[in-house]
Design a protein. Structure first.
Length: 153
C-alpha cells in the first residue's frame, strides 16, 4: 500500500478526483500534515531497520479495490507484491513466508492456524514452484484449501 500511495497519480486519476471533493480534501489535508516528502523508501527503510533490530515483521497488506480508486492495491495480488518487497528489504524468502503465515498467527493469538500441523485449520496453498528459492513462486498456485476444504483456483 505504501508503494502505491507514494506514487504520483496519472493525469486521468488526478482529474477524476475533481469529481470527488471529499476524497480530494482528505488527500490535501493528509499531505499538509505530513513531514518530509512522501516516499516508499521511507517505509522500506523502516522495515529494514526493524528487521535488523530483530523486531518481527508481519505481512498482511492493506487493499483498496474501489473501482475508481487512485490506488491499485488488490486483494490476493497485493500479498504477493508485499512478499516481494519484504525480500527486497532484506528478509529471506523463508522469513517473508513466515511474515505471512506463522508470525501473524502467533502475534494475533490465532492458535488454530499459521502452521501445518495436526489439529490446525488446514488453510493451505499448494505451489508449483519453490518460494524458498524465489519468493515470486507464491504466484504459482496449483491448489487451495480453506479450513480443510478444497477451493477452486
Amino acid at each position: 500500500m505504501m508503494q502505491e500511495t507514494t506514487k504520483k497519480p496519472s493525469l486521468s486519476t488526478a482529474a477524476s478526483l475533481l469529481l470527488k471533493p471529499t476524497t480530494l480534501l482528505a488527500i490535501v489535508r493528509g499531505k499538509s500534515h505530513a513531514q518530509g516528502p512522501a516516499a516508499y523508501t521511507n517505509a522500506r527503510d523502516s522495515v529494514v531497520a526493524m528487521h535488523e533490530a530483530g523486531i518481527p515483521i508481519l505481512a498482511g497488506t492493506d487493499c483498496h479495490e474501489e473501482p475508481s480508486s487512485m490506488f491499485d492495491v488488490k486483494h490476493g495480488e497485493s500479498i504477493h507484491r508485499e512478499l516481494d518487497l519484504l525480500v527486497e528489504a532484506g528478509l529471506s524468502p523463508v522469513e517473508a513466508l513466515c511474515a505471512a503465515t506463522s508470525l501473524p498467527a502467533k502475534h494475533f493469538s490465532l492458535n488454530d492456524r499459521g502452521v501445518i500441523a495436526d489439529g490446525k485449520r488446514a488453510d493451505l496453498v499448494l505451489l508449483k514452484d519453490d518460494p524458498t528459492k524465489d519468493i515470486r513462486a507464491t504466484r504459482s498456485i496449483s491448489r487451495i484449501w480453506c479450513n480443510g476444504r478444497a477451493v477452486e483456483v
